[in-house]
Ligand binder design. Structure first.
Ligand SMILES: Nc1ncnc2c1ncn2[C@@H]1O[C@H](COP(=O)(O)OP(=O)(O)OP(=O)(O)O)[C@@H](O)[C@H]1O
Length: 262
């Protein structure tokens, strides 16, 4: 990495209770400013645990995490977290616009600036026409867009996303993936995005870190994906990347219909 990393993780380990296995063991990762870093691993390997550590929501067992040249010791305004379940992350008694305004208001941002931020981020996620609706009146995709706008309105350096699209139907998910790439390109935020979906990882990431199973989960590779956006799953280079990543989890070659012999 030639530029100074935004975040550096060195020899990070985590166990939840004394005398129990390490969930994460010796995690090492550098993330460049502006990267779209995907964390890809099997269910239960500790992806959410790693995100919670980076978010400062839980303490590490050992190792170091440095963000913007400061050690991570707790939650901070420099990080914003987008959760899988947007419904529980939003305040149901506030409208879409009020949910987005919540963070800036808490941070005592002046009313005019707060209104400007709300307008800007609602426009960015395509929700201007729905700003007066309440969360119960929104679709799954709209809920997730609201959550993204709400987090972005706090203008964090790092957007931390924990399987944000996994509860959505396939069509909405594809649309949200495309929209997220546009949001990322427009805001130039650094994103850490957890998924266990290999296709989603190759569609989105500039970098894809491969996690092994827990206990003692670690990162065995961090692929730089050289493909331009928007990416097409039918592109030969996409398929090559997919197969390379897939090989970490399913060593046998993928059998395609045209390869199956009668
Ligand atoms: N608060 C906790 N106390 C004890 N063990 C925990 C706690 N939270 C998670 N774990 C354990 O840590 C391991 C990793 O869990 P984690 O949720 O981080 O994995 P994950 O990769 O995000 O899983 P998934 O993809 O299924 O969401 C699991 O064995 C889980 O049971």
């Amino acid at each position: 990495m030639t530029t100074q990393p935004l975040i550096t993780i060195n020899h990070l380990s985590k166990r939840y209770a004394p005398q129990t296995d390490l969930i994460l063991s010796d995690i090492n990762l550098e993330i460049a400013p502006g990267a779209f870093q995907v964390l890809l691993g099997p269910s239960g390997c500790g992806k959410s645990t790693l995100l919670k550590l980076i978010s400062g929501l839980i303490p590490k067992t050992s190792g170091a995490m440095v963000l913007n040249q400061h050690s991570i010791t707790g939650p901070g305004k420099d990080r914003g977290v987008v959760f899988q379940n947007a419904e529980t992350a939003l305040f149901p008694w506030l409208t879409v616009a009020q949910n987005v305004a919540y963070g800036p208001k808490m941070n005592k941002v002046a009313a005019a600036e707060c209104a400007r931020k709300v307008d800007y981020y609602l426009d960015l996620v395509g929700l201007t026409a729905h700003k007066d609706k309440y969360p119960t009146e929104l679709s799954g995709g709209m809920l997730q867009r609201t959550q993204i706008a709400r987090v972005l309105a706090n203008e964090p350096d790092l957007l931390i996303m924990d399987e944000p699209f996994s509860a959505l139907d396939a069509q909405t998910r594809t649309q949200m993936q495309q929209e997220l790439i546009q949001i990322w390109q427009q805001t130039k935020k650094t994103i850490i995005f957890v998924t266990h979906d290999i296709q989603e990882a190759v569609l989105l990431g500039t970098d894809i870190a491969i996690m092994t199973k827990s206990p003692n989960a670690s990162i065995t590779a961090n692929y730089q994906v050289e493909l331009t956006y928007p990416r097409a799953i039918t592109d030969a280079r996409f398929i090559t990347m997919f197969e390379q990543v897939n090989g970490h989890f399913f060593p046998a070659p993928i059998i395609r219909p045209f390869e199956v012999s009668a």
